[in-house]
Design a protein around this ligand. Structure first.
Ligand SMILES: Nc1ncnc2c1ncn2[C@@H]1O[C@H](COP(=O)(O)OP(=O)(O)OP(=O)(O)O)[C@@H](O)[C@H]1O
Ligand code: SF4
Ligand SMILES: [Mg+2]
Length: 341
């Protein structure tokens, strides 16, 4: 089997609150294979961004990795010094975020900003840098690169700025792109273009992508596999098409039930009652964190966190099967014992 490009094991992210350390992310494990697009979905506050920031060592002050390992290209990133991490960031691994304006420097011309990662990672030949900048601008669909390279960011629309961010992220040909809600602030047409652009880099350069979104429809369109996160934990994982067709976790069922779409015409739109617990409230819950919102919650759900169940075909779920349904076959549970919808 091909070695993973990224292997996250038992990762926890701690947030300092006075004397206490609360978990924003708790004991999550996952891998990304070379050339794979992995999605992370979940409502606001589930720990998606903390996961994205923990991988390249970009957590803000007062927030830190409190357990686990992050192996990228066979090196443990959590054990590296800042200088070593800087050599990897923007080079082997890069990131784009939701709001491109806050990531771009308003006082520096676009061409110079796109060139920065190359200069930072040792390129000195001015003519070569210029050629690479114009090439990548063309690849991300920025019109008239020669002219645009001399403009300042405020002259561009939101969609164009996000293309500049993608150019900046991709110029050093990273093997992994971490994209945290890269299309959320954009309208549907531009959103689709940004997704197509990421798909182009994936198919033509083999770039692996960690795509974070609260929008399952976008994840379904772009990703091979998906992790569903709730209250800092992974609650379900698997190939995106299978999870869409037959979600196993009650939370995933709720998220899918809330998607308005043509094929769901006539079916009622279900909204998940309640909201994601704050990290303080989450710390008080002993069992499944979704129990206060789950219509199928039983006594055991409030006292112990369900162990991981393998459903086969790369699918895993952290949910108790319905009462009275053992359903075990050779140590795994059949999907049908969960699906029930
Ligand atoms: N810098 C911080 N200091 C303190 N708490 C934080 C910090 N960043 C995140 N948190 C808390 O950690 C939890 C997870 O936050 P995170 O930003 O990872 O969520 P998210 O899934 O990305 O949400 P969204 O969809 O809104 O972006 C939340 O409860 C949040 O309030
Ligand atoms: S473990 Fe229990 S509370 Fe949690 S999602 Fe499954 S049935 Fe609901
Ligand atoms: Mg976020």
């Amino acid at each position: 089997m091909e070695a993973p490009l990224l292997e996250v094991q038992h990762l926890s992210v701690g947030i300092q609150r006075g004397r206490d350390c609360l978990f924003g992310v708790h004991d999550i494990s996952f891998t990304i294979k070379p050339g794979e697009i992995l999605g992370i979905v979940g409502e606001s506050g589930c720990g998606k961004t903390l996961t994205a920031l923990a991988i390249p060592g970009l957590l803000p002050g007062g927030v830190s990795i409190s357990g686990g390992t992050v192996r990228f290209e066979n090196r443990d990133l959590a054990g590296l010094k800042q200088r070593e991490l800087c050599e990897i960031r923007g080079n082997r691994l890069s990131m784009i975020f939701q709001e491109p304006m806050t990531s771009l420097n308003p006082l520096i011309k676009i061409g110079r900003q796109i060139a920065e990662p190359l200069e930072l990672h040792g390129y000195t030949d001015k003519a070569r840098i210029r050629r690479e900048v114009l090439d990548i601008m063309e690849q991300v669909g920025l019109p008239d690169p020669e002219r645009l390279a001399g403009e300042y960011p405020h002259r561009l629309s939101g969609g164009m700025r996000q293309r500049v961010m993608i150019a900046l992220a991709m110029i050093c040909k990273p093997r992994l792109l971490i994209a945290d809600e890269p299309a959320t602030a954009l309208d549907a047409t531009i959103q689709a273009q940004i997704l197509r652009l990421m798909q182009w880099f994936n198919r033509n350069r083999g770039t692996s992508i960690l795509f974070i979104s609260h929008d399952l429809t976008l994840v379904n369109r772009l990703c091979d596999r998906v992790l569903v996160m709730y209250a800092g934990k992974i609650v379900e994982e698997g190939p995106v098409r299978d999870i869409f067709r037959r979600p196993a976790h009650e939370y995933t069922k709720g998220l899918i039930g809330a998607i308005p779409s043509k094929d769901r015409k006539g079916r009622p739109l279900t909204n998940i009652p309640g909201k994601v617990p704050s990290i303080e409230d989450g710390a008080k819950l002993r069992g499944c964190p979704f129990a206060p919102r789950c219509s199928r919650a039983e006594e055991r759900c409030t006292t112990s966190f369900p162990a991981r169940t393998d459903l086969g075909g790369g699918r895993r779920v952290f949910c108790f099967p319905p009462a009275g349904e053992g359903g075990r076959e050779n140590g795994t549970l059949r999907e049908g014992h969960y699906a029930g919808t």
